[in-house]
Design a protein around this ligand. Sequence first.
Ligand SMILES: [Zn+2]
Length: 475
Amino acid sequence: MLSWKKLSRLKKEDIKKLQDKKLRYFLRHEIPYHPHYRKLFDKLKLKFDDIKSTDDLVKLPFSSKADIAPTKADSKRPREFILQPDKELLKQYAPKSKLIKFLFNKELVYYEYKPIHMHVTTGRTALPTPFLYSGQDLERLKETGRRMFDVFGFSKEDRGVNAFPYAPHLAFWQTYYGSIASETLSLPTGGGKIMGSEAIIKAIENLKASILISMPGYAYHLARKGAEEKKDFSNLKNIVFGGERVPAGLKDKLREVLAKTKCRNPKILSTYAFTEGKGAWAECDEGSGYHLYPDLEFIEVIDKNGDRVGEGEEGEVVYTALDWRGTVVLRYKTGDISKIYYDKCSCGRTVPRLDSTIERSSEIKEFRFSKIKGTLVNLNRFFALMSGHKSIDEWQVEIKKKRNDPYGVDELILYIAPRKKVDVAKLKMELKKIVREATEVTPDIIMMDKARLLDRLGMETELKEKRIVDSRPKK
Ligand SMILES: [Zn+2]
């Protein structure tokens, strides 16, 4: 593996060559162990070496969650996406130099292929889907963590508080392995439900933490609590967000609250990741874009017809694994909307970058506002509108069936805890208007105090705050 230092400064044409080479190797020597793609190549009458470069990848159809997620009728589908070499397959497809080692030392095969760690994705429409990592994958997860900390500009002297919820999710474990690999002292708190916010803000102060890594809404909660209790966060220099997109207004509000804890001008950086991608990507500066790892994945951005768009043009992010084991996907449609850049970043790194503003597909929900057909409403807008709003302290959206009638139409309720000294009647009118303009839905708005809303959000009791609650009965 090329060192990150060299890789992140390779010339554009050398990155292309490297990705072509990696892809050829992956398709010839690894994908034959993949039950789903082996069958797919067969069905398409494609040979593994018909794809010689990332340009040829267009010969392959896209994959999506619908291919991987288990169904009631077929609960074993995720297994079809795990690399599973047996002796016969190894003899047929492993490169000769490797095969000799494998035949003499079974441990090497276990290290590279045996799943030993898993993350689980959940969703309203799909059953929980496991994503597995081998021992070698966990080394890769350490490597992506080390790279992230390098892109952020962290050093061994930094001290971190990991406030991600403790769960089989990438955010917590990427941060955990990132700090281990970077030899940065870190406290894996598990978030509000595990360690409690009270203990976490004490830890930020006592540890003299310079890094706080958290979900955006939870970071704001910790900062506000710290300000209320007059904590000293003066060592805090970096806030790293993960898990969801971050509206500019929230950064301003966070800085304002943090200033009351003597934390001045912190850098507020974001990360981007999805379970299927197995590692996370980082910004080097606010808005610089997420720095990709061209030796581990190939990212393309496509339009509605599935054709690739040009540099800087908006489209859907499509992911292809180049060097992972365990569960792997090729041409996976994430549903997330972004842009890709290939120019040199201001930090000097030359790896491709994804635009910092990404619309996550997980926040698009289907509604039935009439009895006839479903309407897709993009709740991404809610995050920007509500979290970034100067007059709003906390908020929650609930989607319900009118009068709890399972066959009835959907309704949208917006719970708001206003900030101090806000004209509530005026705010209510303003919110009705901006929500309707952004989503074509008129919400019911219920005002309540912060304590009650924090309770509703489960800030101290849920793994992840319940920002959008879908109370409709499951189909
Ligand atoms: Zn950069």
